[in-house]
Design a protein around this ligand. Structure first.
Ligand SMILES: NC(=O)c1ccc[n+]([C@@H]2O[C@H](COP(=O)([O-])OP(=O)(O)OC[C@H]3O[C@@H](n4cnc5c(N)ncnc54)[C@H](O)[C@@H]3O)[C@@H](O)[C@H]2O)c1
Length: 317
């Protein structure tokens, strides 16, 4: 069993990952400043894990994060804490870089001092490649586009440090480039996470606004499948970036119809002008994750949407 440090472990993806790690018998230390994450996301984990779970409320961009890593003495760091809001990154790129670049470098430095053997970075397959042309979709890890937002730039740029720490200190790494993740615990009141937002509004009987004409496409991957990729990367996929998605494009209009069908919601959405800087189309080629991690997405969109709606209903969101 492995001692694992999960940054961002009180967040949407992180808390689902913590549950899985504890279920497999690992010891887990969570570092999170609770800026968007919630202590309540770890309630089930505390109940199940006892002293195999520890929590430190620390900002990864602050020097104190080094003490938290040293105290946890992990073998593996799964780094999910981030400034995740693309529009906030445009409005305040310095804050974005403080968390996503400086915070990651602080963690890398603390990790090599603590003798960590593996560092897993969470990056964003929806932003680091920019807007690939249609004939490059689904986009492979080798595609050399440029990000259209400071968030994409911080996520892409900080990956260079992984190569550097491997060369200088022998620290192995994997970078998981996630598509659009959805599932239980994604904030239905947040700025991101269209499945939770649409589902929550439909269940509350509220109107929904689609920005643009709804033909824009994304690659939607269920959180349990994403968690499985992190678990596999503990012992595989060394020193590569792997896309984690489905390879399939789903339009916002198709997604709306699928969620409406499951939620029993009638009527079309309202349409508003597209938001500047939004991608038209993206999907990720996941063949490298199959080869390196033995990973594949297992959950159909319909099953994942149904599970998300069940959670929205039961949590009263
Ligand atoms: N949700 C997606 O569709 C998606 C897609 C691509 C990549 N990602 C990446 O996955 C990771 C997890 O995202 P999520 O969707 O679970 O979002 P989330 O906001 O639920 O999780 C992020 C967590 O990091 C914590 N955090 C933020 N800033 C911090 C700081 N300075 N110090 C310590 N903790 C901090 C938050 O409190 C939260 O618990 C992020 O790195 C994000 O960029 C998410």
């Amino acid at each position: 069993m492995t001692r694992v440090l999960v940054t961002g472990g009180a967040g949407f993806i992180g808390s689902n990952l913590v549950d899985r790690l504890l279920g497999e018998g690992h010891t887990v230390a969570v570092v999170d400043d609770l800026s968007t994450g919630k202590a309540a996301n770890l309630e089930a984990a505390w109940a199940a894990a006892g002293d195999r779970l520890t929590f430190a409320q620390v900002d990864i961009s602050a020097p104190e994060v080094a003490d938290a890593v040293a105290a946890a003495a992990p073998e593996v760091v799964l780094h999910l804490a981030a400034q995740i809001d693309v529009r906030r990154s445009v409005a305040d790129p310095v804050h974005d870089a403080m968390v996503n670049v400086i915070g990651t470098v602080r963690l890398l430095e603390a990790s090599r001092r603590a003798g960590v053997r593996k560092f897993v970075l969470t990056t964003s397959g929806g932003t680091i490649y920019g807007e690939p042309p249609a004939d490059a979709l689904p986009v492979a890890e080798t595609y050399d586009g440029h990000p259209g937002s400071p968030y994409g730039a911080s996520k892409r740029g900080v990956e260079e440090y992984l190569h550097t720490y491997r060369a200088l200190y022998g620290l192995s790494w994997t970078s998981l480039a996630l598509a659009n993740v959805y599932g239980p615990r994604q904030d239905p009141h947040g700025e991101a996470g269209v499945v939770s937002i649409f589902g929550g509004r439909m269940l509350r009987g509220e109107d929904i606004t689609v920005f643009g004409d709804g033909t824009q496409t994304r690659d939607y991957v269920f959180v349990d499948d994403v968690v499985d990729a992190f678990v596999r990367s503990i012992d595989a996929g060394d020193d590569v970036r792997c896309n984690i998605g489905t390879g399939e494009q789903t339009s916002v209009n198709e997604l709306y119809a699928a969620i409406a069908g499951l939620a029993g919601h009638d009527g079309p959405p309202s349409y508003a002008p597209a938001r500047p800087g939004e991608l038209a189309h993206i999907a990720l080629d996941v063949r490298r994750a199959a080869a390196e991690l033995g990973w594949a997405p297992r959950t159909s969109l319909r099953d994942g949407l149904a599970a998300t709606l069940d959670w929205l209903r039961s949590s009263g969101s």
